[in-house]
Design a protein around this ligand. Structure first.
Ligand SMILES: Nc1nc2c(ncn2[C@@H]2O[C@H](COP(=O)(O)OP(=O)(O)OP(=O)(O)O)[C@@H](O)[C@H]2O)c(=O)[nH]1
Ligand SMILES: [Mg+2]
Length: 479
């Protein structure tokens, strides 16, 4: 079946659907797909939606296994001002010849999938007799991972952000890599600048450019704590004063009109103009959250990068405060009754390793996010961890090495397009294990696989690992 038919069919049915469903009570559930850049958000949403529309590969979703999901449709999204998630394009890229992974996301996008289902249990059957089938709208948004980092800024003033940013820059400036060179260039600018002098626009621009360069080099080296996110992805704010600032060394007083006072003012403007609206509109209203963690990629990059990713996620998750109303919810009081009551930690790209290594991967993300897990559980949110792959790009295999059979995965390598079987080994179970000498990195390297060559099949979405189980945990109780 061609992808265009898939999309056309969905559009036609959507029309019928919305007329039928108009006026009916349709509860909605906002699913927050949380993940740093390249964690796999866009691919997860694409595969999840495709597998909801064609549910042949979703036996782990209990309502589906029980035959209670009657239909799933794309329906008009609730927010009029957010661009629509281009599901059809992402899907046809994946099924294209040659297939391609999605590009890095550059702007926010939203999609609504509506499910028509039959409730379970006696009360459910009773309700069905009276009002007929039930509906659930699932609202999902996609956004560039870089923007997520800004969440950690919301509760920091200029002085404390500067302090942290300068400490981090000093730590990174020690080494030999490009990030160390860029870090030293930025710190030299800090050392040679008089922050108490009246604002010199050229100095502010130079500082912002050097800091952005440092963040880019850090990203290249696999680090995660790269706020402010728009320094990496400025969009239409390029060159605006709200993006022309940099961290400055502390001082008790900042004279009005001085360079330091101006940088502080612009930092606050960035929070007010960029960060706050993004979160008020999209994140404060979440009901459920999946946190995609590319722990394999981080572990392959090294212990410093893995620790940095864990710290970035801890900062971000502390702003959500799962189990409680979000910090914004707390500000807005009873007007904002929503809270995140289920959090799924998902180690993404699990098709990179053999299934026998999945328990170790789950242990790793649990230990990296232990603080977040404990806090969320303490506040009453249900937390679970799974190793998932949105799109399975490998098959399992065995390779013989020194007379021993090793569990491996086979797929096309992204770089060369060649078919290869790799013994990936087991990932370390904790950051301490990753840091320890006896854990050998040679056995475990993270490689990128090319997307699999897929044939669109009637009734089935793309092959995946456990996104049915993930969805069951996230929304199963509402079906
Ligand atoms: N093999 C495999 N690779 C994956 C999977 N999910 C993501 N990837 C890889 O990770 C890359 C990033 O995935 P995206 O979905 O674009 O990540 P994102 O979180 O949307 O990234 P940004 O838009 O940059 O924030 C893809 O291009 C793939 O190479 C998966 O399930 N299996
Ligand atoms: Mg994306």
């Amino acid at each position: 079946m061609a992808i265009s038919e898939w999309a056309d069919g969905a559009a036609r049915m959507m029309e019928r659907w919305s007329t039928q469903a108009a006026g009916m009570l349709q509860p909605s559930l906002r699913l927050g797909v949380t993940g740093l850049s390249r964690a796999g958000k866009t691919l997860f949403i694409t595969s999840l939606v495709a597998n909801l529309l064609r549910r042949g590969r979703m036996p782990g979703l209990k309502a589906e296994a029980e035959g209670r999901i009657l239909a799933a449709m794309l329906t008009p999204q609730p927010d009029f001002d957010a661009p629509r998630f281009d599901f059809e394009r992402h899907l046809s890229d994946l099924y294209g010849s040659p297939p391609t992974w999605p590009e890095s996301t550059r702007q926010i996008a939203q999609l609504r999938v509506s499910l028509r289902y039959q409730s379970s249990g006696m009360m459910g059957r009773l309700a069905r007799e009276v009002v007929g089938d039930s509906y659930l709208n699932l609202d999902i948004i996609d956004y560039p991972g870089e923007w997520l980092l800004d969440l950690a800024l919301m509760e920091k003033d200029f002085a404390s952000w500067s302090n942290e940013a300068l400490t981090a820059a000093k730590a990174r400036a020690q080494g030999e890599g490009a990030e160390a060179v860029a870090g030293r260039a930025f710190l030299n600018w800090v050392a040679g600048t008089d922050f108490a002098a009246p604002l010199d626009e050229a100095a502010a621009q130079q500082g912002a450019a050097l800091y952005a360069e440092f963040l880019r080099a850090m990203r290249q080296a696999g680090f995660s704590r790269l706020a402010p996110g728009r320094f990496l992805l400025p969009g239409d704010l390029e060159g605006a004063p709200a993006l022309t600032f940099a961290p400055a060394p502390p001082e008790r007083t900042a004279r009005r009109g001085s360079l330091r006072a101006t940088l502080a003012q612009r930092y606050e403007a960035y929070k007010a103009l960029v960060v706050r609206p993004f979160f008020t509109t999209h994140f404060a209203k979440l009901d459920r959250q999946i946190v995609l963690v590319d722990a394999l990629g981080a572990a392959g990059a090294g212990p410093a990068q893995t620790e940095d990713m864990a710290l970035a996620l801890r900062d971000i998750m502390s702003a959500f405060r799962p189990g409680e109303r979000s910090w914004l919810g707390a500000l807005l009081g009873p007007l904002w009754p929503r809270r995140i009551d289920r959090v799924l930690l998902a180690a993404s790209k699990a098709d990179h390793i053999h299934h026998s290594a999945h328990p170790a991967l789950m242990e790793l993300i649990n230990s990296l996010l232990a603080e977040t897990v404990d806090r969320a559980a303490y506040r009453g949110a249900a937390v679970n961890a799974l190793a998932i792959a949105s799109v399975r790009a490998t098959v399992e295999d065995e390779i013989r090495h020194n007379g021993e059979l090793l569990p491996a995965v086979r797929g096309r390598l992204a770089e060369s397009g060649e078919d290869a079987a790799l013994f990936a080994g087991s990932p370390p179970r904790s950051l301490a294990a990753l840091k320890s000498e006896d854990w050998s990195r040679d056995c475990f390297q993270s490689v990128a696989f090319a997307p699999p060559i897929l044939e669109a099949r009637e009734g089935e979405g793309p092959p995946h690992i456990r996104i049915d189980k993930a969805l069951d945990f996230l929304v199963g109780d509402r079906l």
